[in-house]
Design a protein around this ligand. Sequence first.
Ligand code: ZN
Length: 185
Amino acid sequence: MVNKEKIEQAVRLLLEGIGEDCDREGLKETPGRVARMYEEIFAGMDQSAGEHLSKTFTAENNEMIVEKDISFYSTCEHHLMPFYGKVHIAYIPDGKVVGISKLARTVEVFARRLQIQEKMTAQIADAIMEDLQPKGVIVMAQAEHMCMTMRGVKKPGSQTVTMVARGLFKENENMRNMFLNLVDR
Ligand code: ZN
């Protein structure tokens, strides 16, 4: 659980640090607002993907299942700035499948933390491997990082793409290409 009191104190210090007057009308409620917002955007720290991935159904067949364009919003741990975009997931069941919303929930568990995109991508893949035990999983994330577009190199619209493959997707290039074709359109 986040410590809202500490966050409020920190935001006040931050505002002082940039030379603001914390007591002016527009900022009076800001530390409290930021604390409540942080509670929401870092809620994934108290959650595990297993809660969502443990509710499985028997698979009719073991064909590839693809869920693409899952939107996510996360926060970069280097700058405390948002990065956001889409996650695409495919897996090959081994007798078990999950409801499609559970993959989106799994993405949220890992997005709602301080993150780096590479780690988030791997955590999603590893959670699915561990909790659902499919024959293979592949996760691709494409995101715009505010710390790159609003400051620093300032390349608006540039996308960072990360991909992690496990099991069959790691071993088999054709499977990876099939996935890439599916998410490309
Ligand atoms: Zn950053």
